[in-house]
Design a protein around this ligand. Structure first.
Ligand SMILES: O=C(O)[C@H]1O[C@H](OP(=O)(O)OP(=O)(O)OC[C@H]2O[C@@H](n3ccc(=O)[nH]c3=O)[C@H](O)[C@@H]2O)[C@H](O)[C@@H](O)[C@@H]1O
Length: 441
């Protein structure tokens, strides 16, 4: 029926094309007729093909109207989830081992910070469920190894995307999470110029989707999420305090994190969600991210490959307030522990809710040249250095956190200096990549 419609539709449309087919009895009429007959055949085939794709899509992905409580596994965004065993694993993973424990959904659990935070929560007796889409921004093998680590600790990591409304709603249907530690994001400052869409997808659309599900949950969870020091952008007042301006982002990444902070305000204001944003300052350590400078400098120094060190105009120093992962984990846990309950339920606000933002930095910026000197010492290899003026691709010259607010409210007190932290990172790196060791000594 629909094919017939398509053909008749095509017939009625084609002859009306302006400037053509005025005289149907012209000598080329027969050729045109053959031409249109073959177009009709082509259209018929295309219609079959489209109908096939549509049927396949309808039967292979969950439809928004179907019940999310179906016990059979579903497929969405190329990943299957659901079913009794899947739900059992979720329940087991979120079982608390202390009465006062939290029940936390950790998004981005197979990421660097996500893995460390999930383990710390589980170790102290909280119920933890991970969610991660295992994307290929950097080596997914590393993410899978982190997942194994989590599984050994009793944490199940659900494979899926924060943009998948049905999946995230389903998780809340299975478990009444008291807290969400939202760490899933498209990270990296410079990559935003290559793939801007992925920042919008994860940091904006994904965040909104998660908040939409949280707002409807009953009870609503309290949310702690990762913002970034990059929101300070071109701000030149140091150290950066939470009250300083953040309206001059230098990268799309920073702009999406800043947008996240504004979006958090909206959901807090309208729906009574308790939301705490944490501005992380260049977090480093074991199981870190291979796209970060300390990580790929280590790799390249060991391989005797050149590394590029950026400098500011007029040979100015580029520096970062590098913050060790264990300090960040303490800050995250303290933020979860001090988060007040959301006030709304089922999408309705019942009163004002907590809205906070904290710097989590180290308060001692170190020049990138010094980072390289420490790595050379630890790796016992001289780096092949190329010094280049910092390209205009989103980088800022320096970051420096004022952490007095986090100290006051969270008891946050970083205690690892860069050399101590890098020593732990290098030990892990050489252990994780044993072949790198062969080149080094
Ligand atoms: O704190 C933050 O908000 C951000 O920290 C890092 O961003 P960034 O500080 O730029 O970290 P790296 O990419 O590891 O760069 C560290 C330093 O090395 C420098 N660098 C980087 C790359 C390079 O080839 N050479 C070089 O000198 C950069 O200019 C920067 O000063 C993370 O990548 C972001 O995801 C995070 O949000």
């Amino acid at each position: 029926m629909s094919q017939l419609k398509t053909i008749s539709h095509l017939d009625s449309v084609l002859p009306s094309t302006p400037g053509k087919f005025k005289s149907e009895k012209s000598p080329s009429y027969i050729n045109r007729l053959r031409f249109y007959t073959s177009i009709s055949k082509l259209t018929l085939c295309s219609s079959f093909f489209l109908a096939f794709i549509l049927i396949y899509y309808l039967f292979s992905s969950p439809s928004p109207s179907s019940s999310p409580s179906s016990p059979s596994p579903r497929r969405a965004l190329g990943v299957s989830w659901g079913g009794k065993e899947w739900e059992r694993r979720i329940t087991r993973s979120t079982r608390k081992h202390s009465k006062s424990g939290l029940t936390v959904l950790v998004t981005g659990a197979a990421g660097f910070v996500g893995t460390h935070v999930s383990m710390a929560l589980k170790r102290r007796g909280d119920g933890v469920l991970g969610l991660d889409n295992f994307n290929e921004y950097y080596d997914p093998g590393l993410k899978r190894d982190r997942q194994k680590l989590l599984e050994r600790t009793g944490i199940f990591v659900v494979e899926g995307d924060i943009n998948d409304t049905l999946l995230v709603s389903k998780l809340f249907e299975v478990v009444p999470f008291t807290h969400v530690m939202h760490l899933a994001a498209q990270a990296g400052v410079r990559y935003a110029m290559q793939n801007p869409g992925s920042y919008i997808h994860s940091n904006i659309a994904g965040f909104v989707n998660l908040l939409e599900v949280c707002k409807l949950a009953n009870p609503q969870p309290a949310i702690v999420w990762a913002s970034s020091s990059s929101v300070y952008g071109l701000n030149s007042k140091v150290p950066f305090s939470e009250r300083d301006r953040t309206d001059q982002p230098a990268s799309l990444y920073a702009a999406t994190k800043k947008a996240g902070e504004e979006i958090a305000h909206t959901y807090n204001h309208i729906y009574g969600l308790s939301i705490t944003g944490l501005r992380f300052f260049t977090v480093y350590g074991p199981w870190g991210r291979p796209d970060m400078a300390y990580f790929f400098f280590t790799k390249n120094i060991l391989k005797r490959k050149p590394i590029t060190i950026f400098e500011a105009p007029n040979h100015g120093t580029v520096a970062r307030d590098f913050t060790y992962i264990d300090d960040i984990v303490k800050g995250c846990l303290a933020a979860l522990d001090t988060a007040k309950k959301s006030t709304g339920s089922g999408g309705k606000k019942k009163g004002n809710a907590q809205l906070r933002i904290f710097n989590l930095g180290n308060t001692s910026p170190v020049p990138v040249t010094q980072l390289v000197r420490i790595l050379e010492k630890l790796l016992k290899v001289k780096a092949k250095k190329k010094v280049l003026q910092m390209p205009r691709n989103g980088d800022v010259k320096f970051t420096h956190a004022n952490i007095s607010l986090a100290y006051r409210e969270l008891g946050y007190k970083p205690s690892t200096d860069l050399e101590t932290g890098l020593k732990k990172f290098v030990r892990w790196y050489l252990n994780y990549y044993p072949d790198a060791k062969k080149n080094s000594w």
